[in-house]
Design a binder for this molecule. Sequence first.
Ligand SMILES: [Mg+2]
Length: 173
Amino acid sequence: MEKYIPDIYQKSIYTLDYSKLLSRGIKLLLFDLDNTLVPVGQDELSDKTKELIISLKQKGFKVIIFSNSPKKRVKKISEILNVECVYFACKPMQGKLKKLVNNSNFSLNEIAIIGDQLLTDIVGGNKIGITTILINPSSNKNFIFSKLIRRIENRKMKKLRDKNLFCKGRYYD
Ligand SMILES: [Mg+2]
């Protein structure tokens, strides 16, 4: 069950305590795209998100978008934010994440993944051993594949809640 439990759980990317992440030694932030940086169904980044990413870079973080979405959508947003990206990341499979970690100058304990899905973002990150951060999805909409995942996730969350391992809305960091 441990692979489903995020190290940190916050309401959104805006309520996360990034200074605390820095003090924990985190230097590289891997952001999920859909329903994390941008609500599904929207193509535009909000000013708030743009400002957040700029401030994170100023704080000294390296930021990479790590998304299962196709090249066109991911590239466009990474160019606006002026950050690197990995598309078709195939989370929770380890291939692209391993490659990214191996090609980076960061060790596992310096890397955090931030996303809205237990079964992709959190499981993927926990398997490789980086810090995992769950946030609530920024919209109720999902792409078709994510809808399926969300249904399985809801069942998983219920089990975790029954075992008192994880409870939606009970934030911690
Ligand atoms: Mg997502």
